[in-house]
Design a protein around this ligand. Structure first.
Ligand code: SAM
Length: 329
């Protein structure tokens, strides 16, 4: 098992398949993009699947979520998903994507064995999408959502980040949009993980603000606290249910005590927290011929050293040197 010294067990593996993205969301990346990781440093499809297998067979991983960067940019994605879904015990396989290209890929991914999908959608206004993401792709994202639901990847979850002065007034409209289509909306508080280091605590939209905005139009009833488990989102029944909305208060309502996640970057580094300042290299030992058990041992040690919390609210907090796009959200 992947246990840390505070009694938490990591069972949920987030695998970044690329640090590249075709959007430039202001809370994540500068308009000009970043220096992408050189291709030879990236795990091959076979290396990704080998590490996933070690996680599942030896370390108790029960869920694998592919992310990035933008995972749909990874050419081998359907094959990676199919090989992951064939592992035993079969892990739940999911994907977090910006939805561009999903109209074409939703069917093949569902056929490959993908179980669940999260699509990021921060605005319903094309002009705001252009301002926020620096690309004119709102229609592609919306087509991707329709295709995901049509392919049976239900319930489709939608992730939204609100930014002050940009899309902060869209909480109600986004929820209405999702309710009408049967999507499950979750708002994520903006975290200090942007490559530009532009995040400011006093400028972020908090979970409280989001709930106040939603409560003006909907009646929100907190969901059963026990049902939350290790899920990052606090969920609320909307107008008595059964529809729900989630709020992930990573900054103002941290949930580190229940965290069951561990991350693998596209270049084969284990991170025991989004905000970790150290990583453990699995790629180089793997390429030097390490056995499955030797890799599992490095991985166990990496998780054992996990700190009790992400530390964002500590006075001495330092943002990790890798941005979100290179860690895998
Ligand atoms: N490209 C994919 C996507 O857009 O979903 C997957 C990677 S992206 C890093 C994963 C999630 O992280 C998205 O929902 C995105 O909105 C969110 N995200 C990125 N930067 C963030 C930040 N600074 N704070 C909070 N959420 C962030």
């Amino acid at each position: 098992m992947l246990a840390d010294s505070y009694g938490r067990i990591a069972t949920d593996l987030r695998v970044s398949l690329t640090d590249r993205c075709n959007l430039r969301c202001a809370y994540c990346m500068p308009p000009e993009g970043l220096d992408w990781l050189p291709t030879p440093t990236l795990l091959t499809d076979d290396e990704v699947v080998r590490l996933a297998r070690i996680g599942v067979e030896r370390l108790g991983i029960t869920e694998i979520r592919y992310t990035g960067g933008e995972p749909l940019l990874r050419r081998g994605l359907p094959g990676i998903v199919a090989r992951t879904a064939a592992l035993r015990p079969r892990p739940e396989t999911s994907l977090t994507t910006n939805g561009i290209g999903l109209a074409r890929l939703a069917g093949p991914l569902a056929e490959a064995g993908l179980d669940r999908i999260n699509v990021s959608l921060d605005t319903l206004r094309p002009d705001v999408f252009r301002t926020l993401a620096k690309r004119d792709r709102l229609a592609d994202v919306q087509a991707g959502l329709v295709a995901a639901a049509g392919a049976g990847l239900a319930p489709v979850k939608v992730n939204a980040v609100l930014m002050r002065g940009v899309n902060e007034d869209e909480a109600v409209a986004l929820l209405r949009f999702c309710l009408e289509r049967g999507y499950q909306l979750r708002f994520i508080e903006q975290m200090p993980l942007d490559a530009q280091h532009g995040w400011r605590r006093d400028n972020m939209i908090t979970a409280d603000e989001i709930l106040v905005a939603l409560s003006a139009e909907f009646s929100l009833t907190p969901d059963d606290e026990h049902a939350r488990g290790s899920a990052p989102a606090e969920t609320f029944l909307v107008d008595g249910g059964p529809a729900r909305v989630g709020v992930i208060g990573s900054v103002t309502r941290p949930f580190c005590g229940a965290c069951d996640r561990v991350r693998l970057t596209a270049d084969g580094q284990v991170r025991n927290c989004l905000f970790a300042r150290t990583e453990s290299n699995l790629r180089d030992p793997m390429r030097a011929g390490a056995s499955d058990e030797e890799l599992a041992t490095i991985w166990r040690r990496a998780v054992a050293a996990k700190l009790p919390g992400h530390g964002i609210n500590d006075p001495g907090f330092l943002q990790p040197s890798r941005p979100m796009s290179a860690i895998g959200g």
